[in-house]
Design a protein around this ligand. Structure first.
Ligand code: AMP
Ligand code: ZN
Length: 106
């Protein structure tokens, strides 16, 4: 847990947030500034700044499994995923997250 990291605070319950889905090592919540009708963020509970810092292969697969599980749960079959890595690519929150963007549920 990184003290000044907003996603650490969300993932560890310090900032109360409604989770759309959780798994052992990940949480999924709504993006505060949605860029599509459905905009979710899949976030590891552990503080990992960027994809370049992710070395745990089990966590890699769990993150992608969470994408599949939450979209299935919400009946979303068509969606985009995005991972911004580094300032130059537009990353603003330096706690790894996968964006899920979709137009509608079901
Ligand atoms: P990125 O540019 O990939 O780092 O995206 C960061 C995303 O986090 C943006 O889409 C923001 O709208 C979103 N975001 C920032 N703060 C919060 C927050 N407190 N709760 C939910 N989403 C947030
Ligand atoms: Zn963090």
């Amino acid at each position: 847990m990184s003290e000044d990291c907003i996603f650490c605070k969300i993932a560890n319950g310090i900032i109360p947030t409604e989770f759309v889905h959780t798994s052992a090592n990940t949480v999924v919540f709504k993006d505060i500034n949605p860029k599509a009708p459905i905009h979710l963020l899949v976030v590891p509970k552990k503080h990992i700044p960027t994809l370049n810092d992710l070395e745990d292969r089990e966590l890699m697969s769990e993150l992608l499994q969470s994408v599949k599980d939450v979209t299935k749960k919400l009946n979303i079959s068509d969606y985009k995923t995005q991972i911004n890595t580094g300032k130059g690519a537009g990353q603003e929150v330096f706690h790894l997250h996968i964006h899920i963007l979709a137009n509608k549920e079901g």
